[in-house]
Every structure is written in structure tokens, then in C-alpha cells.
Design a protein around this ligand. Sequence first.
Ligand SMILES: [Zn+2]
Length: 485
Amino acid sequence: MKVFNTLSGQKEEFLPHGDVVKMYVCGVTPYDDCHIGHAMSYIIFDVIKRYLQFRGYKVKYVQNITDIDDKIIDRANQLGISTRELAEKFTDSYRADMKALNIIEPDETPRATGEIPKIVEIIQGLIDKGYAYPAQGSVYFRVRNVPDYGKLSHRTLESMMTGESSVGSDDKESPMDFVLWKATKPGEPSWESPWGPGRPGWHIECSAMSLKYLGDTLDIHGGGQDLVFPHHENEIAQSESFTGTTPFVKYWLHNGLVQLGKDKMSKSLGNLITIRESLERYSPDAIRIFILSSHYRSPLTYSEEALEATERGVDRLRQAAHEEGEGAIEEGIDIEPYRNRFTEAMDDDFGTPQALATLFDLAREINRANEEEYNATEARETLKELAQVLGLTLKAQELPTIDIEPLRQLLISINDRLLEAKLKGIPIDRLPDDVESLMELLTSTRSGLRDAKLWQLADEIRVKLSEIGIALEDTPQGTAWKYKR
Ligand SMILES: [Zn+2]
């Protein structure tokens, strides 16, 4: 099995350090809803974990939650709630999104604010070894003491000097140095430390949590390509300086970024599509297949047209997985070539596009076998098994459930009133006022059904109303109603 290692810039044979593959992926900063960029990264590393397990490895997967950060503080202030409330709200929404996308929960999801003692211990250790220094209640990492700094991002010193990490405080010895502990500012949440009250910097959190939960040597560290510099470069500097063990990570894996048109999908450009918005339109299987049909290191362009086409493709897979046409003619499909193609593709740096193509070819053969009434039971089981390695459930799509009981009651009520009016000989244009409000409710419910493309239910309402003497007219301005004379 070969994986592309950002550290060496090439594909390498995958040889884990111990019996259990230790895997760490940078997690979310829960200050807003997750977008498709998050879906891409977490689906890819979910598939990598699933594939390693399929190949017989035991895997321990850790993913952190950065629940204290400038963005969290700013947003909480805007909303007038505590940072804790904000982080909890969006951590819940992140968990719901991951579940909906069929992403297996990591073995550990430590939160930064829950790991302050470990963070303080590492910072103190770095100070003791001369790799860090306190200044004005903050603590900075001394980059010049790490001769191989830049080995992951393959950057020159000049390009790193002009990078965003060089911006900042006058308290630093060098513009290259980065913050490990931030002295508290008025109104900000803070924790006690040997250097005074403050909070951890972002980079040190990931070093602390990976060292605590996985030990000094990780097999796989993942994240988006935008994290290579400075975040992952700094994680290496911190971790290797603290433990004295090199390498901190054997294989650095980075996924490409999601684009919308020619632009990167990002909060600052305001072109984000949230996971929830996408799930309202497409099934989780379609979203996964869409993401996995590009190689994980390539950029992915989000496109509604491509997703719609993918949804139709998923239907073919679902049909093959569920069609119970266990034909009488016994002619098993030879599944070995499919298994081999799948494994070869995935063994080559997780070639999901080719792995998916194999599943579609197998599905085509199963669907043909069904038509010709050949038996395809074993092939169907193989399809489901391999689909699961990519996290695809191939479940039949659930139709939206609608409680029609209130609607039925409404119709009965209108019917009763009309009947009553007729019996008492009341002229029909002098009905009680509440019929008006009932009709308003009913027509707006019906247009809701039409917007949801539930034509049959909407039509049923029109027919039922017609039966009790009310005619509906759909106009561009909305739906009007009148009594039929
Ligand atoms: Zn990280």
C-alpha cells in the first residue's frame, strides 16, 4: 500500500510504527455551521480509516475540537452568549452533520479547553529546553532553534517570513516566532498558568492532544492543504522539540480544497455552502460519491449539476444492491477481478475515483444479470461490502414524512360548516368568518406541498375541496378560492 507523504513529496510504502495505526486529523473550530470543505476533509479521512480497517489494520483515530479561539470569542460577543454556549451549539451541529454523512465517530474527540494541563505541561517543557520564552504574560516558540523548520511545507525562509505567521506582536524575539500561550485580554475567557491567566494558541492544542492520546509517534496526520503552513509546520516544531522524537508523524496526508467556480470556498469570500444545505438537496451517498469521484489531493469544484448527475448514479448502485431478482439460472458473476481492481485502486494512495468506477461496473453487471434472470447474490453482497468501505449505505432514499391528519381534520371541519349552512338555508356568502381563516391555512399548506413538489397531495386537496363545493384557482400571485355556485 502506497500513500503520498507531504513531508517527502512522494508516494511511500505504508509501514505503520506499531500494531495500531495512530491517526490524527485536525478538527473543527465550532463557531458556525460546517460547510462542504469540512465534509470533504472528514469524508476523505473517514474513508482512509475504513480502508485501513478493511485491509486488516487496527486504527485509533483522534480528532480535536478547537473550542477556544479568536473566531469563537468574536462570534460569541456578537451573539451575546458565552464562548462555551457557542462552542457547544456548533459542536452539536457538527456532530449531527457528521452523523448524517455516515462518518464514523473518532475514537477520541478532545476539546482544547478540556486539555489545558497537558498544554501547559508541554509549553513549560519547551521553555525548559530553550525552545520557548515568556513575554508579557504570553509565551512564544523560538523558531530559530529548530534548524529543519520548514521541512513539511518545503518553503524558503523568506517566503515563511512574509507569511501570515510573521505578523504580530512586538514582544516576539523574531517575526517568525509564533504564540503558544496568549495572555488574557479584558472580557476574554482565561485559564491559570505559570505565566499568568491566558489561553492556548491554536498550534499547541493539536500537539498536546495528539501526544496525549496517541503518543510521541503518529502514523498518519491529516488535514486540508491550507493547514500545511503554518499550522502543521508548527505542530512538528513543537512536538519534536518537546519529545526529542523524530519523526513526530510518519505520513502527512493533505486533502485538496473545495472551490466554487474559480474561487476557494471560504467564509471570507462569503461563498460557503453548508453541509445542511447540501443535505437538503442530495442524499448522503450522493455527496460522498461526488467528493470521492475526485482524487483526495486534487481541488474539488462544487457543482449542483454534477451532484444531480451523481444522485442518478447512486440510484443505479442502489438498484443493484437491493433488486431481489435472484434468478433461477445459476451463473455467478466472477467477483475476484472487481475485488482486485478495487484494492489496487485504493492501495495506490487511496484512488477513490477508480474504486468507484469499479463499483459502478459491478453494479452494471448485477443489473444486467437481474434482467436476464441470472443469479447475482454473491456479487450483490460484494457490492454492498465494498460500498461500505467508502462509507456508502446504498439505502433506499426515504421519502419525506408528512402528517396529513391535521389536514384531514381541516377538510372535515370545512365540510361540516358548509353542510350546516346548507341545512339552515344560510346563503353561502354569509358563512362564519373562521371559514376564511381555515381556507387561508389550507391554501398556504397546499402551496407548501407544491413547493416541495408533492404534487399528488396538493392535487388531492384541490379535488377534495372541489367535492365539497370550493374551487381553487392557481394564479401567479398565489392561490385564490371561491364557492362553486
Ligand atoms: Zn491541528
